[in-house]
Design a protein around this ligand. Structure first.
Ligand code: GLC
Length: 560
């Protein structure tokens, strides 16, 4: 496999800069903090990191509200700090992907401020989706779209002369006005932003709300509820509209210009697109469009062997049909951490951005962790690329009992306190078990309180500890580098029970690896002669049955 196609089986680790490491003690993580801790990633054995937004932003949506796309927010550091991070990462052999937020700007972006000062109908307003209201006095929103975070998707402004004015669309918070992607000025500006970061040397972009940029002509009313998981997505006039693909064909030309095959590696684009069904999502990764898109269908699949088999088959074949590698992800900064999500009965629906609050049913921590370790063991053997979210290598649970008064996710207010939101998966990392902010920063400050159980899960409490979640991840990643299952082909394997998920992968060196996960109610048996490579639970050894909620990799001679 040519080095330029590194992304086809890469493991990419998501760093949420607010919460990874705080170098200056203000309680908010920063870029120098990330640089100082990069050694954790090389020690762990990942290929790349993805940085959530660190750009200038009022932080109404934790940086996904950008007011200057070409600068670093002072809370996170400076452009020089970014350059230092990038060059240190490259020295260590880590590639760096940054987040691009093209669907909306912050309401503090100069463009939106100009639009508010300008008259209706002018070019300043045409960069966004300003419309007159409905009803006699224009006091009804232009259509019935709602915000993903709850409440209406439109806000009415006051015109410069003090009169009640037009409305602007925001599919997220009121402070995140949607851009109008039919306007060439918007397209040009975001292309120029891509080039700005490519020129600085980044290895790619994770594209925020990649399915939302283009809206249906005329902004028609939506006749169905829409959120992160509308099905099929294209029925919602704000998501997955056909015109989006022109944008990505253009962007692919730009990243290809920077790829210089043979001398330098590909720069990649990965879509955050909550699009269903799988073949609609695969359209984003045709060979002249984006390189990857997150497979959220896998993340949302219940812990049931039959369902997982179905999702893996469907999503793999959809990606293969367009020649793209599939991606796999179990956690990120928008969803309940998988060590908690899997600690519920199957029926517990947890669609983002809902979260878990102190008054909600609480997950079973031991069950969740056991299943999470098994789920990751399966994920890291699947063909394609995998994304990890900071702290999952520690088995961190969701901080599900955060007090209401510390919540910062706009979802909490916009849903009138019916949805706790996503703060519970964003709590700062525990690095050291016994310092005041658990090693997150030099002092005690931490922008969200760390729950008591995080101390025992800190990096220094798990490093070199046999059987720890951290050592399991490290072992899986080291085997993955050796066997390259990400470039392999999956063949389903009949393990004799519908509740056992089993498949073989042919390793790069010709060895055959059996991956077996027991989701049933009784132990499952490995075939005779299987040689255990790794197990998600410490209580498995050669020749012993695979216990419930456990996954293993084992080398076998002949697929059965
Ligand atoms: C994406 C981000 C999420 C953010 C939203 C609006 O879904 O992952 O964190 O709130 O877009 O930008």
């Amino acid at each position: 496999m040519a080095e330029s196609s590194w992304w086809r089986d890469a493991v990419i680790y998501q760093v949420y800069p607010r919460s990874w490491a705080d170098s200056d003690g203000d309680g908010i993580g920063d870029l120098p903090g990330v640089t100082a801790r990069l050694g954790h990633l090389t020690w762990l054995g990942v290929d790349a990191l993805w940085l959530s937004p660190f750009y200038t932003s009022p932080q109404h949506d934790a940086g996904y509200d950008v007011s200057d796309y070409r600068d670093v927010d002072p809370r996170f550091g400076t452009l020089a700090d970014f350059d230092a991070l990038l060059s240190r990462a490259h020295e260590l052999g880590l590639r760096v992907i940054v987040d691009l937020v093209p669907n909306h700007t912050s309401s503090e972006h100069p463009w939106f401020q100009e639009a508010l000062r300008a008259a209706p109908g002018g070019p300043e307003r045409a960069r966004y989706l300003f419309r007159d209201g409905r009803g006699e006095n224009g006091d009804e929103p232009p259509n019935n779209w709602s915000s993903t975070f709850g409440g209406p998707g439109w806000t009415r402004i006051v015109e410069p002369d003090g009169s009640p004015g037009q409305w602007y669309l925001h599919l997220f918070d009121t402070t995140q006005p949607d851009l109008d992607w039919s306007n060439p000025e918007v397209r040009d500006e975001l292309e120029s932003v891509l080039r700005f970061w490519l020129d600085r040397g980044v290895d790619g972009f994770r594209v925020d709300v990649a399915h939302g940029l283009v809206k249906a002509d005329g902004l028609p009313d939506a006749d169905m509820p829409h959120g992160y998981l509308t099905v099929p997505t294209s029925l919602a006039p704000m998501w997955d509209q056909p015109g989006i693909h022109d944008v990505y064909r253009r962007w692919r030309q730009i990243t290809d210009e920077y790829a210089r095959p043979g001398e330098d590696a590909d720069r990649i684009l990965c879509a955050e697109a909550w699009v269903k069904p799988a073949d609609a999502l695969a359209r984003y990764v045709r060979d002249d469009e984006l390189h990857q898109s997150f497979n959220f269908e896998f993340l949302m699949t219940p812990w049931l062997a039959e369902d997982l088999r179905h999702t893996i088959t469907e999503t793999l074949s959809a990606a293969e049909a367009v020649g793209a590698p599939q991606t796999w992800v179990l956690s990120n900064h928008d969803v309940v951490r998988h060590a908690s999500r899997l600690g519920f009965e199957q029926s517990h629906g947890l669609t983002p951005p809902r979260g878990i609050g102190p008054d909600d049913p609480q997950p079973d921590a031991a069950l969740g962790l056991r299943r999470a370790r098994a789920a990751t063991t399966v994920m890291l053997a699947l063909p394609g690329s995998a994304y990890l979210y900071q702290g999952e290598e520690l088995g961190l649970p969701e901080a599900s009992r955060l007090p209401d008064d510390v919540r910062q996710d706009p979802t909490w207010e916009r849903s009138s306190h019916s949805q706790p939101g996503r703060d519970g998966c964003r709590v700062p990392m525990p690095w050291e078990g016994s310092t005041p902010s658990l090693g997150f920063g030099p002092g005690a400050e931490s922008w969200l309180p760390q729950p008591p159980e995080y101390g025992a899960l800190a990096v220094d409490r798990q490093r070199s500890v046999e059987g720890s979640t951290l050592e399991l991840y490290r072992k899986l990643l080291s085997l993955r580098r050796e066997l390259r299952p990400g470039l392999g082909t999956l063949t389903w394997y009949d393990a004799g029970s519908d509740d056992v998920l089993a498949f073989t992968i042919s390793a790069a060196d010709g060895r055959v690896v059996l991956v077996l996960a027991n989701l049933g109610a009784s132990p499952a048996r490995l075939p005779d002669g299987a040689r255990l490579l790794v197990s998600s639970s410490p209580d498995v050894s050669n020749g012993i049955d695979v216990p419930i909620d456990t996954a293993v990799w084992a080398e076998i001679d002949h697929p059965g």
